[in-house]
Write a new protein. Structure first.
Length: 198
């Protein structure tokens, strides 16, 4: 078992623990939506980094049985977003789904019209960056974060979901007793594959 000093040394050499609250999402521009890139990132309340499971089959090798890889499986990515009084977040995903199924003609559109890349980044807390020769702390008080964090923040891990599209946009519950709660919309993204980009 490692000593506390060894643990402290490992944590210090890696610049601390990765924190689940330090992330950024990069969602595509959807025609007809007024939701800006900054809003698409800022209003994202929860997301997850994808995983991959190797699928196996048992194969007889003489007297022994061995598992052999035959493919892989991946789960859809679930995200939730804050909804403001302008409902632009919900409208964004409604319009994306309208790129999949035309609600007037009830026709399915071509995949190249609705499948888009989505990027998810894990950020390092408290890193500084340069803007016009001045140094700012990303998570400092009073800083306006209305710029492209991808090139500014210290991204420690990043993935791209290839060919992503929203298969589910969940309904929104309304209730007269929910006076101290805010509205969120949850969505599920299906995708062809994911690859590491950082």
């Amino acid at each position: 078992m490692a000593s506390i000093e060894e643990l402290k040394g490992a944590v210090n050499s890696a610049s601390g623990f990765a924190l689940p609250s330090q992330y950024m999402v990069e969602l595509p521009l959807i025609p007809g939506s007024d939701l800006s890139a900054t809003e698409r990132n800022t209003l994202c309340r929860t997301t997850r980094l994808p995983g991959r499971q190797i699928l196996t089959t048992t194969r007889d090798m003489g007297l022994m049985k061995q598992n052999m890889a035959v493919g892989y499986a991946k789960d859809d990515i679930t995200m939730s977003f804050h909804v403001l009084n302008d409902y632009k977040t919900k409208d964004y995903f409604d319009k994306w789904q309208e790129l999949i199924v035309d609600q007037n003609s009830q026709q399915i559109k071509y995949a190249n019209e609705y499948k888009k890349p989505v990027k998810i980044y894990q950020l390092q807390k408290g890193k500084a960056f340069d803007i016009g020769g001045a140094s700012f702390s990303i998570f400092g008080v009073g800083i306006n974060l209305d710029f492209d964090l991808r090139t500014s923040a210290n991204v420690i891990y990043g993935v791209e979901l290839e060919g992503a599209f929203p298969v589910t946009v969940n309904g929104i519950d309304l209730a007269d007793g929910s006076t101290d709660q805010t509205i969120e919309v949850s969505i599920s993204l299906s995708y062809k594959n994911w690859k590491r980009i950082k």
